[in-house]
Every structure is written in C-alpha cells, then in structure tokens.
Design a protein around this ligand. Structure first.
Ligand SMILES: [Zn+2]
Length: 135
C-alpha cells in the first residue's frame, strides 16, 4: 500500500522516497529527521548536527515552507496530512518527544493508534522513531 504524507499548509509531499523528511529544531539546533512512513515503525534517522536525547521535545517543521507542525489541540503532538492508496485520508499525529512511540491516524470518525506509549497521558519519554541504541 502506498502511503503519502503531506504538509497541511503547502501540501508538499513529505515522503518523496522511502522516508518522511521533516525539519526539526531542538535546543537551538536544527537538522533533518527521516521517519518511516510505516505506522508502528519507529526507526528514525537524525542528522549528527541535531543531537537529541531521550525525552527532548522536538519542534517539527515542513522542510518546504517551514510551517510549524505542532498540533493545535495538543502541543505534545505534531501532525501531517496523510493519504493511503486505499483512499483513506486524514491527519496523522505523532509524539514530539524523542523516544516516545505514539502515533494516531485520524480519518473522519476512525482513529487508529500505534506504538507502546499511546496510553501514556503526557508523562512518557519519547517520539516517532528513536530510542534504542541502534540508530
Ligand atoms: Zn509546507
């Protein structure tokens, strides 16, 4: 199944190839973060010039128009638009904390969540990909 993620502001496709590419800011550093487009896959690639530690709250931006992707209703989450080849489309929300594994796909009335931290109510450590020592 093909999954396309796009910027809610400029509608640029954020996964032109196999990874979702986002601009990230944390503690006055900036860099690119590559995320897996596959729900529940938390492998992330972070450039060396953006040293992230477990629990860091990362600010994600569209790499094309710099739009801030932080969700308006919950500042612990970032969001993008998604469209699957099945026709399903909506918004995907993911935790901004580095190492926190929580992703929510919201399409009309349907919500699907992925990751072992989805039940956490804010106190968790982590984000879309990282954690572990092997990245
Ligand atoms: Zn954009």
């Amino acid at each position: 199944m093909k999954r396309t993620y796009s910027c809610p502001q400029c509608h640029a496709v954020l996964n032109p190839n196999v990874k979702v590419i986002l601009a990230a800011y944390c503690r006055d550093k900036r860099g690119l973060v590559l995320l897996s487009p596959q729900p529940g896959n938390y492998q992330a690639i972070v450039t060396d010039d953006l040293p992230l530690a477990q629990g860091d709250l990362v600010e994600f931006h569209c790499p094309v128009c710099s739009h801030l992707l932080t969700a308006s209703h919950d500042e612990n989450l970032a969001s993008m638009d998604f469209r699957f080849s099945t026709g399903l489309e909506g918004k995907v929300y993911f935790a901004r904390r580095y190492g926190e594994h929580a992703t929510y796909f919201v399409a009309s009335d349907d919500v699907r969540s992925y990751g072992e931290h989805v039940a956490d109510s804010g106190g968790g450590v982590n984000f879309f990909g990282a954690g572990g020592d092997d990245w």
